[in-house]
Write a protein that binds this ligand. Structure first.
Ligand SMILES: Cc1cc2nc3c(=O)[nH]c(=O)nc-3n(C[C@H](O)[C@H](O)[C@H](O)COP(=O)(O)O)c2cc1C
Length: 290
């Protein structure tokens, strides 16, 4: 299953890109409207991108009255990314949603990311809704597996891994921070090994299904997240430079599976934990010839 990462695709302005996905994930919606941070809000770096969008969104009331009905017209399964600044704020939004999957953005600024806090937010949302609840975690957690266990115990149905890491870019000439907020969220290829490690650790720690994301630009990248333990993959930063990425990555994924002799993506799930594809069938012999 292929999704977009929250905040990386506007399905209403690019419906053709959204229709290449199996489900559309909205930008994070917060109780009150947020204008977002002042410009500059995007900075390119060698191996990824920094953003300080600051959860710009129309707020819960307008989202429910205008954005969500318009998104439903796409005919795609919808995931709503929910943000807030207290467990109650998250839960109040969850209570008002219907016929969607909910992704709790537990990596919001000003929201404490200690395991108890993530667990408390999930528990409050669990009490407020029977809808599927995914917890989106930050890779900056000291022990992401511990956070994963906490949200599983609190009633989460799945994990979305990972959000951005904090980063800083300095202007080449002035040496001042490029972003108006100085630091921002770092996404793109540099995040890939970090995302792989998070998926790998959480797959070992919990039984929850995982949406893997972080730096995916090719079918091979998507396959690796699945091998580490994801059952679905989300595309983020790549969508800014390649709107055809969903179709291309799907085709590349097919080729990768064929090369490995696997008949479905499900057959690749968790292979990194089982010794990989080749190792199990490779004869145990002496050192490989030089
Ligand atoms: C411009 C931009 C805006 C984002 N907005 C959100 C957001 O609103 N909510 C959220 O949970 N993640 C947000 N993210 C994080 C992505 O959903 C994703 O977790 C992260 O970018 C890693 O994936 P990638 O390396 O493929 O981009 C945003 C990322 C970018 C680049």
């Amino acid at each position: 299953m292929l999704l977009n990462a929250s905040g990386c695709l506007d399905a209403l302005t690019a419906p053709d890109v959204a229709r290449q996905l199996d489900a559309f994930v909205t930008k994070t919606v917060t109780p009150l409207p947020r204008p977002g941070n002042p410009p500059v809000r995007i900075a390119e770096t060698e191996a990824g991108m920094l953003n300080s969008i600051g959860l710009a969104n129309p707020g819960r009331d307008r989202f429910l009255a205008e954005t969500l009905p318009a998104l439903r017209e796409l005919g795609l399964p919808l995931w709503v990314s929910v943000g807030g600044f207290s467990a109650r704020e998250y839960a109040e939004t969850c209570e008002r949603l219907d016929e969607v999957t909910i992704e709790l953005n537990l990596s919001c600024p000003n929201v404490d990311e200690a395991p108890e806090s993530a667990g408390e937010i999930v528990a409050a949302c669990r009490a407020a809704t029977g809808l599927p609840l995914y917890a989106k975690l930050s890779p900056a957690a000291w022990d992401i597996a511990e956070v994963a266990r906490a949200v599983e115990a609190a009633g989460a149905d799945g994990l979305s891994l990972v959000n951005t890491m904090r980063g800083l870019a300095l202007d080449e000439r002035t040496l001042w921070p490029v972003l108006a907020t100085a630091t921002g969220g770092y996404s793109g290829p540099a995040l890939r090994p970090i995302a792989l490690a998070a998926v790998y650790a959480c797959r070992r720690a919990t039984a929850l299904p995982i949406v893997g994301m972080g730096g995916v630009t090719t079918g091979r990248d998507a396959l690796e997240l699945v091998a580490a333990g994801a059952s679905a993959v989300a595309l983020g930063t790549v969508l800014f430079s390649d709107p055809d990425a969903p179709g291309r990555i799907r085709a590349e994924l097919e080729t990768e599976l064929e090369l490995l002799g696997l008949d479905s993506l499900a057959a690749a799930e968790g292979l990194a934990h089982a010794g990989g594809v080749g190792l199990r069938s490779r004869p145990v012999a002496g050192p490989a010839p030089m």
